[in-house]
Design a protein around this ligand. Structure first.
Ligand SMILES: [Zn+2]
Length: 379
């Protein structure tokens, strides 16, 4: 018998499969009987009946100051512009302009087709900061880029978290070797949009108490091991030091500066530093879960907040319009790993909406075509 099984083991295969199938079916049955649901599968359909609004276009024209288009030199912009028109997005800021030839080609493509609909920010390689010639070469490159039409500098989160100098040491956000760069932006009249750190929850234990548990499960690399990374507070204070040290430079602190869950703290920073602004890309869910506080806060700091989205996906803007403009209650956000909670509308006054949608961006970012916004107000 054993001999037979050794030779013809495959005969047993169908039985094994049937056995496994039965077990799987049985586990499902038992789970159902015991009321067990996977927390990731749980998607209760709300029975709440309240007024609903589903805006697919912003009430006022807007500027998205936080966007990434990675193929701009060769991109067919027509499709994108058509979608922007449908959303009422007049200007898109592409933060991934990179530098050098890539940047030039991107600018060429934009200027040839839709010169006033796109704004490009450049990016710098900070890891070169020990090389001979740095920062002067970088400063020259920045001057050139601004002459060509670049309207800002975007700094990625790598600075402060993972970028290292020639000795292999982490480059702090407030590393004095970078001071000439920040000062140059002020002198050139261009803002710095800076993303520093990550949500504070990424530094917390990956357990059932963690607000971003699902995100850390789906993207384990986003977890910040306190042994291997500087703390949340450390990178935040480094970033704030830069703001403090360069009052002549305007900074757009990306993603509500990761203080979306503590707006009072962000407000304090604004009170101290008039050169600091923020944008709401990828952190809308923070505002939507605290409608009372967020509404009051946005009215108070209406001159400091800009519209941003980050990842480009047309239908996701609808949730932005719904949170900012309506007074709808208890509705879904579009990304479960960012918010397992529901949204509430803020019903912001028109005057505040206009500032967030475009007026503040026009103050901070130079050279935006004002004629795109002239007919505003008759909506
Ligand atoms: Zn981004």
């Amino acid at each position: 018998m054993l001999q037979f099984l050794k030779k013809k083991w495959w005969v047993a295969l169908p039985f094994l499969l049937i056995f496994l199938g039965l077990t799987y079916w049985l586990i499902g049955k038992i789970q159902y009987l015991l009321n067990v649901v996977d927390v990731e599968d749980y998607a209760p359909v709300s029975t709440l009946k309240v007024a609903e609004h589903h805006p697919t276009q912003a009430k006022f024209p807007f500027i998205d100051v936080h966007n990434h288009q990675f193929t701009m030199p060769i991109q067919n912009l027509e499709k994108l512009v058509n979608e922007m028109d449908e959303l009422n997005m007049k200007v898109m800021v592409n933060l991934s302009g990179f530098r050098g030839k890539y940047l030039e080609w991107s600018l060429d493509n934009v200027n040839e087709h839709y010169g006033n609909r796109f704004v490009l920010f450049m990016n710098i390689d900070f890891e070169q900061l020990d090389d001979v010639g740095w920062p002067n070469e970088t400063l020259l490159m920045m001057e050139e880029a601004v002459k060509q039409g670049v309207k800002g500098l975007k700094v990625y989160k790598n600075l402060g978290l993972s970028e290292t100098d020639n000795e292999g040491n982490r480059i702090a956000v407030d590393d004095p070797r970078l001071d000439p760069i920040w000062a140059k932006c002020g002198a050139l009249g261009i803002p710095v949009l800076i993303h520093t750190g990550e949500p504070a929850a990424f530094w917390k234990p990956k357990d059932k108490f963690n607000e971003r548990w699902l995100e850390l499960k789906q993207y384990p690399s986003r977890y910040k091991d306190p042994e291997k990374t500087p703390s949340f507070e450390e990178v935040m204070s480094e970033q704030h030091n830069v703001f403090r040290k360069h009052p002549e430079t305007k900074f757009i602190n990306a993603h509500l500066g990761w203080f979306g869950n503590d707006l009072a703290r962000l407000g304090k920073l604004f009170d101290e530093l008039p050169n600091v602004y923020t944008e709401i890309g990828a952190v809308l869910a923070e505002l939507g879960r605290q409608p009372v506080t967020a509404r009051e806060w946005l009215i108070r700091y209406q001159d400091r907040v800009l519209m941003g989205k980050d990842t480009y996906k047309k239908t996701e803007y609808y949730t932005y319009f719904r949170v900012l403009e309506t007074s709808d209650e208890y509705f879904d956000y579009y990304r479960k790993r960012h918010a397992h909670w529901k949204m509430y509308g803020l019903a912001l006054p028109d005057s505040v909406l206009k500032k967030i949608y475009y007026k503040n961006a026009m103050e901070v970012i130079p050279g935006i075509d004002k004629t795109l916004f002239e007919t505003v107000g008759q909506h």
